[in-house]
Design a protein around this ligand. Structure first.
Ligand code: G6P
Ligand code: MG
Length: 222
């Protein structure tokens, strides 16, 4: 039986993907990388430095910057991102998520955040939902990013559960792959074609409910 939930943050609990993109777009303009939807999507769930590398590669500029300059660019991006995060309020929680979190909490499920973002605790504070989570994985303690299962394995361990009794919730294909590799049950939120590896697909956060999950888990795998 399921005893815990491990949540991605950006794109699952709140639409900070939009804010990350806005901040990265300015950096891309600065280094002369053309912005595209594909580039934007590829940055989901990817760490700050890896995101910068992808942006530099997209403009064939990966060899044009020293490590110190890359640090400066990443710091500038984060400064702008934090300026945008300052404006987040509980109204920025995605539809259905507040009720779902409250319901899980009241049913005494254990809950953790598995986000690659070093800003996750700040975002949770602004949204007013930090108290629901028993733990937030610190991504600076990880050796491998998503799609590696490490962050999801670690999240389960931090809430003292076996991965087998945990459900992971993700909006990125790399995240779903990580959840599956960790041996947890995966819920993919978004385009079912992009997230076809997920055990359960919901097109929107509005579908997140214990009743819908129970129903989906009873369905035989297609
Ligand atoms: C999440 C987002 C990524 C972001 C990463 C690192 O995984 O989906 O777009 O790059 O976190 O975030 P940070 O706040 O540490 O720069
Ligand atoms: Mg995400």
């Amino acid at each position: 039986d399921i005893q815990g939930f491990v949540f991605d943050l950006d794109g699952v609990i709140t639409d900070t993907a939009r804010l990350h993109s806005q901040a990265w777009r300015h950096i891309a303009e600065q280094v002369g990388t053309p912005w595209s939807q594909k580039l934007q999507d590829s940055l989901k769930g990817i760490s700050r430095m890896e995101s910068l590398e992808l942006i530099l590669q997209a403009g064939n500029r990966e060899h044009d910057f020293t490590d110190a300059q890359k640090q400066e660019l990443a710091t500038a991006k984060n400064k702008e991102y934090l300026r945008l995060v300052e404006q987040l309020t509980p109204a920025d929680i995605l539809p259905g998520v507040s009720d779902f979190l409250r319901d899980l909490y009241n049913h005494e499920y254990r809950m953790a955040i598995a986000s690659a973002s070093k800003n996750a605790p700040t975002v949770l504070e602004h949204l007013g939902i930090a108290r629901y989570f028993h733990n937030v994985v610190d991504p600076s303690t990880l050796k491998h990013g998503k799609p590696d299962p490490e962050i999801f394995t670690k999240a389960a361990a931090l809430i003292n559960l076996d991965p087998q009794v945990c459900i992971g919730v993700e909006d990125a294909a790399a995240g779903v792959a990580g959840i599956n590799a960790a041996g947890e049950t995966s819920i993919g939120i978004g385009d079912p074609q992009v997230l076809s590896a997920a055990d359960i697909n919901f097109t929107s956060t509005e579908q997140l409910s214990l009743a819908n999950i129970r129903h989906a888990m009873r369905q035989p795998v297609a």
